[in-house]
Design a protein around this ligand. Structure first.
Ligand SMILES: [Zn+2]
Length: 134
């Protein structure tokens, strides 16, 4: 018997949303974020899916840099997680993923309005264009 805790999925590394395990049309399983729907490939067992998802959550989460610890030193675009103010709900909404630039000279991100960037990481490398790979 597998322990239940092994099936527990960590929060989505991209948006912080809750994840779930789905069964696919071909009898396999995959994990998917309920919020942004990013997911894993399909696996034959739920435990394999849970392990894969949690492994990825760990590897991505490790790269998020809390703004209170460190801010970018240049104006290169960054992947950021921010909270935004919702006028309708009169509350901060968590976990929005955006691409922003930090402006070190002005000590702010290049966005206006009620946003609060909590974490950031450098943008991943872009894929190479077809035909340019040597
Ligand atoms: Zn997500």
């Amino acid at each position: 018997m597998q322990k239940n805790s092994e099936y527990r999925l960590k929060r989505c590394p991209f948006c912080g949303g809750q994840a779930r395990i789905l069964s696919t049309w071909d009898g396999l399983y995959k994990a998917e974020c309920k919020c942004c729907t990013c997911g894993t490939a399909s696996y034959t067992t739920q435990i394999a899916v849970a392990r894969r998802w949690n492994q990825r959550a760990d590897s991505y989460l490790a790269k998020w840099i809390p703004c209170e610890e460190h801010l970018p030193e240049n104006e290169n675009p960054c992947l950021v997680i921010c909270r935004t103010w919702s006028m309708a709900e009169n509350a901060w909404k968590e976990g929005k993923l955006m691409i922003l630039r930090y402006l070190p000279k002005e000590h702010r991100w290049n966005i206006s309005g009620m946003t609060d960037v909590t974490h950031w990481m450098p943008m991943p490398e872009m894929p190479e264009k077809k035909g340019e790979i040597t």
